[in-house]
Design a protein. Structure first.
Length: 619
C-alpha cells in the first residue's frame, strides 16, 4: 500500500473530505492472524456533524516532553567524540575505546557488585555509539539487556533539567555509582578538604640534630639555596641511614617517599650531590640508586641491598609513562612501589624465575625515594587510579616556591660532625651475630606519655576526616587521610633519631612537628590534586579554566581576557564554559561599563562587588 495513513487512523478521530465525515473505530483484535483489507470497510461508519461535536476533545499528553532521537544536549556533537566529551565532563572515567564496524565502543569504569544488575565480581560498562550519533546504548557484560543513551544519561546526571524520563523499571544509579566520582571539585565550597592552606611555613622545615646540620651545609654551598629541597634531601638521607635499624612502638619504620617540587634551574640537583658525597665518604655508595626501569629491576636491587635511596629527577615523566603506558612494565613499577612501602616491617617474597627453585625473600626492605619534579607537570601527570590506589597517599609532597637568591657555590665537603654521625649509623649493627644485615632486629625507640596521647589524638582526627570523606564517597580523600597517622609516626621517629642518634626518644615536640607538617601537606596535596589531576582531555580543559580564574585578581576575568589565556577556539571555549556553569563551578557576571555591559566569569560562591550581576548559563 502506497500510503497506509489514508485508511489507518487513530481510534476515535474523524477524517473529513467536504461534508463527508467518517469516524475511525477499532477492528476486532485477532492476535492469531492479521486483519484483511476486506475487513476494513465494515469498520468505517459515516458520522454526522452532531456526532462530531459530541466527541470529547483528545487528551493532551502529560509529563516531560518526548526527547530527541539521539541526545538533547546540543553542546556536544552527535559523534562518538562528543559522547566521550559529555561523559568526561561529568566525571565518568572513560578507560578506552575501540572501533566496532561503523560504531565506537567506549569502555567506562568498573561497577560495584549488585546481583540485581551485574554479574558477580562487578563489570565494566560499554557504550556503543554510531558514527552519526543516532545509536547509543549501554551494554552490561554477561547480561542480555541493553539500555538507551537516555537511560545512561539519567543515571549519570539525574538532576539535569533537560533529561528525558527513564524507561519504566530501569535504574542504572547503582550500576554507575562506582564510575562517577562524587568528590567536590573545582573550587566549590561544599568540601573543606579542597581549601588551599598555602605553601609549607619555613619554620616547619627545621629539625634539630643531623637533619638540620645537613640542611645548613647544603644551603651554604648551593648556587641557589632552596630550603625545601635541602630539607627533603637531608630527611631522605636520615631515613636511609636509620633504615632497618630503628622502629617505634607501633613497628613503624623510617622508609619514606619524598617529592620536592621546584621549577627548572632552582637547584634540584644540589641536595642529591650532597647526599652522594656523604654516602661515598662513609662507605655506603652501593645504597644509592638513580632510576629504575621496571618493578623487577627494583626488586633485584633491593634483594642485593635491602636498604636503598633512589634519587630520581623528573618524577613526573615516570608518572606520565605509568599513566599512559599499555604494557605491564609500568604496572610492575607501581605494584612494587606500593608493596615495598608496606613491607618495610615484614618480608617481600621475590618472584619465581626459571631455574631458580627458591627465589628467596627481602627481609624488611627499606626503600627511600627522593624525587624532584616541576609542580604543574607532576600534578597533571597523576591519574585517578594513582590518586586512589595509595601511591599518592604514600608520598610526602613539598613545594619549594620561588627560586632563592643566587650565591657563589662552594665545595661539597661535609663537616666533620655530619660525617661522624653518618659513620655511626653505617657501623650500627641491628641485632646480634653476623646475620644482622640479612635478618635485622631494629631497636625500638620509646615515646613519652604526652607524645603517645598526641599520637592518639592525631589518629582520631584522621579517622574522623576519613569518615567524612567516606560519607561523601570521596575515594581520593579517604585514601590520603588513611595514611596520615602512619606518615606522622614515621616523621616523629625520624625527628627523634635526628635529634639524638645514640639515645633517641619520641617526645611531644617531635610529634607536634610531625603532625603539623602532615596535616598541612595533606590539605595542600588534596587541593593541588583537585586542581590539576584530570580524568580526560575535556576535564583537563575545565581544570585549566578554573585555575585561570582562581589565579586572577578577584577570581574573575572578562570574556575576552579568559578566551585569550585559554588559547582555545571559540566553540571549544563555549563548551567548557557552559559545562562549568551547569555544574555550578563558575557563574556568568555582567559588569556595567560605558557603552555596552561587559560579560565576565567568576568562580562560584565568590562575593561579587557592587554593580555586578550574575545570571545562569545562557551565553
Amino acid at each position: 500500500m502506497g500510503n497506509p495513513a489514508r485508511i489507518v487512523k487513530a481510534i476515535g478521530t474523524v477524517a473529513r473530505k467536504g461534508d463527508d465525515l467518517r469516524g475511525h473505530a477499532g477492528i476486532e483484535d485477532r492476535p492469531h492472524r492479521r486483519s484483511c483489507l476486506v475487513d476494513v470497510p465494515a469498520a468505517i461508519e459515516p458520522v454526522t456533524r452532531g456526532q462530531l461535536e459530541a466527541l470529547p476533545a483528545p487528551a493532551r499528553p502529560t509529563g516531560a516532553p518526548r526527547a530527541k532521537a539521539a541526545r538533547d544536549d546540543e553542546r556536544f556533537p552527535d559523534t562518538p567524540a562528543g559522547v566521550r566529551a559529555w561523559l568526561e565532563a561529568r566525571g565518568v572515567d572513560v578507560k578506552g575505546e575501540r572501533r566496532n564496524g561503523d560504531k565506537t565502543l567506549l569502555l567506562l569504569g568498573r561497577c560495584p557488585v549488585n546481583p540485581e544488575i551485574v554479574s558477580t565480581g562487578g563489570s565494566d560498562i560499554a557504550v556503543l555509539v554510531g558514527d552519526d550519533g543516532k545509536l547509543a546504548y549501554c551494554n552490561k557484560h554477561n547480561r542480555g539487556r541493553d539500555y538507551t543513551w537516555h537511560d545512561l544519561r539519567h543515571a549519570i546526571d539525574p538532576d539535569h533539567a533537560a533529561r528525558p524520563a527513564a524507561a519504566p523499571g530501569v535504574d542504572l544509579s547503582v550500576l554507575l555509582a562506582g564510575s562517577v566520582p562524587a568528590r567536590s571539585r573545582r573550587g566549590g565550597a561544599a568540601d573543606a578538604s579542597v581549601d588551599d592552606p598555602g605553601p609549607l611555613p619555613g619554620e616547619m622545615l627545621r629539625v634539630p640534630g643531623f637533619i638540620g646540620e645537613m640542611m645548613d651545609h647544603c644551603l651554604a654551598t648551593a648556587p641557589y639555596p632552596n630550603p625545601t629541597l635541602a630539607f627533603c634531601g637531608a630527611l631522605a638521607l636520615q631515613a636511609l641511614l636509620a633504615g632497618r635499624k630503628v622502629r617505634d612502638a607501633g613497628d613503624n619504620r623510617t622508609n619514606l617517599y619524598l617529592l620536592g617540587l621546584a621549577h627548572s634551574a632552582s637547584g634540584k640537583d644540589w641536595p642529591r650531590k650532597v647526599n652522594t658525597k656523604v654516602l661515598h665518604a662513609v662507605g655506603l655508595a652501593d645504597r644509592l640508586g638513580e632510576r629504575f626501569a621496571s618493578g623487577e629491576g627494583l626488586q633485584d636491587a633491593l634483594l642485593a641491598t635491602p636498604a636503598m635511596l633512589f634519587q630520581t629527577d623528573e618524577v613526573d615523566t615516570l608518572l606520565e609513562s605509568m599513566k599512559r603506558a599499555r604494557d605491564g612494565r609500568s604496572e610492575s613499577i607501581m605494584a612494587t612501589l606500593l608493596t615495598m612501602y608496606s613491607a618495610s616491617n615484614s618480608v617481600f617474597p621475590m618472584r619465581r624465575r626459571a631455574g631458580t627453585p627458591e627465589p628467596g625473600v627481602i627481609d624488611q626492605p627499606c626503600l627511600v625515594l627522593f624525587g624532584t619534579a616541576i609542580p604543574n607537570h607532576y600534578y597533571a601527570a597523576l591519574s585517578e587510579r594513582m590518586l586512589t590506589n595509595g601511591l599518592f597517599a604514600r608520598m610526602i609532597v613539598l613545594e619549594s616556591g620561588r627560586r632563592g637568591r643566587g650565591q657563589e657555590p662552594g665545595v661539597i665537603d661535609p663537616p666533620g660532625r655530619v660525617l661522624e654521625t653518618a659513620a655511626w649509623w653505617a657501623g650500627l649493627r641491628a641485632g646480634p651475630g653476623n646475620l644482622a644485615d640479612a635478618h635485622p632486629v631494629p631497636r625500638t625507640v620509646p615515646h613519652t606519655d604526652e607524645a603517645g596521647r598526641l599520637l592518639v589524638e592525631l589518629r582520631e582526627h584522621a579517622e574522623a576526616r576519613y569518615a567524612e570523606a567516606e560519607a561523601r564517597c570521596d575515594a581520593v580523600a579517604t585514601t590520603v587521610w588513611g595514611r596520615v597517622g602512619e606518615n606522622a609516626r614515621k616523621l616523629a621517629l625520624l625527628y627523634a633519631v635526628s635529634e639524638n642518634h645514640e639515645t633517641p626518644r619520641i617526645d611531644a615536640r617531635g610529634v607536634r612537628w610531625a603532625s603539623g607538617l602532615i596535616l598541612h601537606q595533606t590539605q595542600r596535596m588534596l587541593f593541588m590534586a583537585d586542581s590539576y589531576a584530570a580524568q580526560g582531555e575535556f576535564d583537563e580543559l575545565a581544570l585549566r579554566l578554573l585555575r585561570k580564574l582562581r589565579e586572577a585578581e578577584g577570581r574573575g576575568l572578562p570574556h575576552s581576557v579568559l578566551l585569550k589565556r585559554m588559547k582555545l577556539d571559540a566553540k571549544t571555549f563555549r563548551q567548557v564554559v557552559e559545562t562549568l556553569v551547569e555544574r555550578g563551578d563558575i557563574e556568568v557576571v555582567t559588569v556595567p561599563r560605558a557603552g555596552s555591559a561587559q560579560r565576565a566569569y567568576r568562580l562560584a560562591h565568590e562575593v561579587k562587588p557592587d554593580g555586578e550581576t550574575s545570571h545562569g548559563g545562557e551565553m
